[in-house]
Design a protein around this ligand. Structure first.
Ligand code: CA
Length: 258
């Protein structure tokens, strides 16, 4: 097995009393995951934990990542029924599976993945109202950044009104020297691309990078829980870029902006 170097860190932030984020790494699966829970009575942290554990368990049992994410949605709804959490709880998820230098990235909601190759590129696309407004040309990047409703996501795992979440899927290949950053919005809301890039350019060591990213978000206010996972390409990764984009969405939008 090629050596994959990574660091994973979650932090409650400055203003919150609970950490509703949940991060998980399974080296056997090459799985790296950030879930950002929501819901009253501390049930957000129940939802993100159920999601992370279900995805890991189902993948260990042989399920493909997207299927495991669908099953996590069911498991959260079941968690409400059984009283483990409370009604309305849900979670985002962004999950990366690395096999050699090939990766699969899947996500629901607005937890993000970025590719770092000396430049920062967001490779996930938020399932958010603001992203829709951006895509349809109603607002520009600067307006998106400061939009008052930027935390509204139109789907999450556990939402009972959804039969099944739309899981976005991206496949690609990591090249020598590249890294993938997974994060919750506690990082990406506090730091813009330039600020994230400055941190990533400042340091090679993944542990120190994760700490520096969390510290930078806390310096900007730390208004939400902050989770980061930084994963380096395997040492024997190839040099040639190739990327295939796929999406399991059937074009069915669950929310249409005005
Ligand atoms: Ca959050």
């Amino acid at each position: 097995m090629p050596v994959v170097d990574y660091a994973a860190l979650t932090d409650v932030g400055v203003e919150r009393e609970h950490n509703e984020d949940y991060i998980a790494v399974n080296e056997q699966l090459g799985l790296f995951l950030v879930a950002d829970g929501m819901g009253g009575h501390a049930s957000g942290e129940v939802a993100s934990r159920i999601a992370a554990q279900t995805i890991e368990q189902r993948m260990l049992a042989g399920a493909p990542m997207v299927q495991a994410i669908m099953q996590a949605h069911e498991a959260i709804i079941e968690g409400v029924r059984s009283g483990e959490g409370s009604r309305g709880m849900g979670t985002t998820v962004v999950a990366l599976q690395l096999e050699g230098d090939a990766y699969q990235l899947a996500w629901v909601g607005d937890s993000r993945a970025y590719l770092w190759d000396g430049k920062l590129k967001q490779i996930s696309k938020d399932h958010s109202l603001v992203q829709m407004l951006l895509d349809s040309g109603h607002i520009n990047e600067a307006e998106a950044r400061d939009h008052p409703r930027k935390n509204i996501i139109y789907q999450n795992l556990g939402a009972e009104e959804q039969d099944a979440p739309q899981v976005s899927l991206l496949q690609g290949q990591l090249h020598k020297g590249e890294k993938i950053l997974l994060c919750s919005d506690g990082l990406s809301d506090e730091l813009d691309d330039r600020q994230i890039s400055e941190v990533l350019a400042s340091e090679q060591d993944n542990d120190r990078l994760a700490e520096a990213l969390v510290a930078a978000a806390n310096r900007q206010g730390g208004s939400d829980n902050i989770s980061v996972i930084v994963v380096s390409a395997p040492e024997d990764a190839g040099e040639q870029p190739e990327q295939i984009e796929a999406d399991n969405e059937s074009g069915r939008d669950t929310l249409v902006p005005e």
